[in-house]
Write a protein that binds this ligand. Sequence first.
Ligand SMILES: *Cc1c(COP(=O)(O)O)cnc(C)c1O
Length: 391
Amino acid sequence: MFQSFNPTPRTLMGPGPSDVNPRILSAMGRPTIGHLDPEFIRMMDEIKALLQFAFQTKNELTIPVSAPGSAGMETCFVNLVEPGDKVIICQNGVFGSRMADNVKRLGGSSVIVEDEWGRAVDPSKLEAALKAHGDAKIVAFVHAETSTGVRSDAASLCALAQKYDCLTIVDCVTSLGGCDVNLDAWGADAAYSGTQKCLSCAPGLSPLSFSERAVAAVKNRKTPVSSWFMDLNLVMGYWGEGQTRAYHHTAPVNALYGLHEALVVLAEEGLEASWARHDRNHQALRAGVEALGLSFIVPEDERLAQLNAITIPEGVDEATIRRELLNQFNLEIGAGLGSLAGKVWRVGLMGYASNPRNVLLCVTALEAVLSQYNAHINRGAAIPAINQAYT
Ligand SMILES: *Cc1c(COP(=O)(O)O)cnc(C)c1O
C-alpha cells in the first residue's frame, strides 16, 4: 500500500527553495474558501498592497502570478515582446540565457551583453549596446544572479534603458526581501520575483509588477499575447480592483494564504531590518568560511548576502561533500551551475533561513565533513571567527 509522504525535515541553505517559516506553513493549512468569496477578495487586495510595499512601488498592476518564478519571467516577456522586437539581454549567469530563449520563442531578436559569470553587469557595456541598437525596445537583466551570487546595479541599468527609451524587465526572484528592491526609484517597468527565496514561502507563486508604461505597452500591442493563461489583459480582470472580479483561473487559494503571511512577516520586520539581517548573517558566514580557508568568488562590492558562492578545497569531490551534508546533517547547499559547476558551492541565507543558527550549522557541518575527507582546511578557527563577527 502507498503511505502518506513524510519528508525528513531539512535545513535548506541552497539557491532555493529556502526554509519555509512555520508561520507560513501553518497559514497554508487554513480552510480553503472560494476564490471569489468576499473574504478571499479582501485578502487578495491586501496581497497587492503588501507586494507594492515589498517592491517599493505604486504600480497598480502588482500581483502574484499563479506559478513559479519562471512563469513570472515568461509573463513579462510574453506580454511585452512582439514578433520582430529587439531585446537587449544582459547575461552574467544562468538566468540571462533563459531570457534569450523566451525572446527567441516569441519571434523577437536578442542582443546579448555578456559579462563574466561571477561579475555584475557592466553598465558601460549596456550603454554601448543601446547606442549600437537604437531600435531596441526592451532591456532585460537579473538583479540578483542566483547562479553566481552577484548583485547588479539595477538603478544604473534602468536609468540607461530609460535614457535610450527602452522598457526594462528586471528579474528580482532572489533579491525581493533580501536586499533593496525599489522599482519606483529605479524606474523599472516590469519586474518579477518568486516566493521560495527571500520571502521564505513555499515555491509556486511569482510576484509581478508592471509600471504604467509597461501596461500601456501591453494594451497597445499589435498582436495578441500568444499565451492565454499569462495574458495580463485577461489576468487583470481577475486581479483588478473591487468586487467585480471575473473568473479567469482558480487562484491557488492556500498558496496565496502563504504569500499573504510571508508578506505580513516581512512588514512586521521591516524592509531595512530584513536587509540588515541578511547582511549580518552573510558577514558571519563569510568570517567562518574564510577561517576555514575557503574564499568567495565574487568581488566584495558585488556580493549578494543571500547567496554565497564559495570555493571548494583542492582534491575534494564537491558532490560527495554535499551528499554527506545532507545525510549526516540534513543540510542542503547548492552546487555550481554552468561554467561554475564543480568549482563552487552555493550557500543560501535567504529569508527565514538567514539566521545565526544556520550560519553555525553550515560552517560546523562543512568543517566536520571536509575533515572526514581529509581536505586541507584550517580546523578550529571557524566558530571563534563567527562568534567574533556577531559581537
Ligand atoms: C529561482 C530563480 C528563478 C526561477 O524561479 P522558479 O521559481 O524556480 O521558477 C528565476 N530567476 C532567478 C534569478 C532565480 O534565482
